[in-house]
Ligand binder design. Sequence first.
Ligand SMILES: *Cc1c(COP(=O)(O)O)cnc(C)c1O
Length: 237
Amino acid sequence: MTSQSQSLQQITDNWQHVSANVKAAAKAAGRDPESVTLVGVTKYVDASLAGDLVTAGCHDLGENRPQMLWSKAESLAELGPITWHMIGHVQTNKLRRMLRYRPLIHSVDSPRLLEAIEQESEHQQCTTDVLLEVNISGDAAKTGLAPETVKELLKQSQSQSVRVMGLMAMSGLGSDQNAALQQFQQVAQLRDDLQQSTGIELPELSMGMSGDYEQAIQAGATLVRIGSALFAGLLDR
Ligand SMILES: *Cc1c(COP(=O)(O)O)cnc(C)c1O
């Protein structure tokens, strides 16, 4: 058993280490370190360890299941403002409760989901920011839209209640860091092409996880989604 103060110490060390790496990777790429947001992915841990991460200084938290997002959001409400990030598959029947926490939804992967977000946002009289998830690696096991279909969805998308802010992607299963870099560069290129052809600004690129965030930052990521590196030393292995 690790005591509560030990877990806070460990998470604070991890947070400082990973934050410093993120800033160094941005500088090495000639980018402003402030242009990259580190999203702490808390799906592996309970609300108490997620709260330690907030105390350590992380105010952007990501979850891959809507129920986990809203239960942590409710548990951690007293810690002050947290920006929530939904990074996994969303079933439309979970939207109503989840949208109360005004998450950035990284994982829009169908026209149907986009429409449902639009309707529910109208109902809650809010604007929801979303990213379109692209399957850049072509892995059948990975979710996301084929690059060819992203453009169609983007054209039908902008409205009062939903704003597409950019793209999200994951590197393919088993990709080494070099292959991951190439895939992230393809995502950035796709974003540039889409901006050109549609005139819609797409400032955000959500890509990079614990094993490949430095490559993602090199390719232009503005949001990196990091879980295991932040909870190193605390997870069962
Ligand atoms: C779990 C998860 C992450 C974090 O992965 P780590 O390798 O633990 O950093 C990032 N993005 C998505 C979509 C995830 O499901």
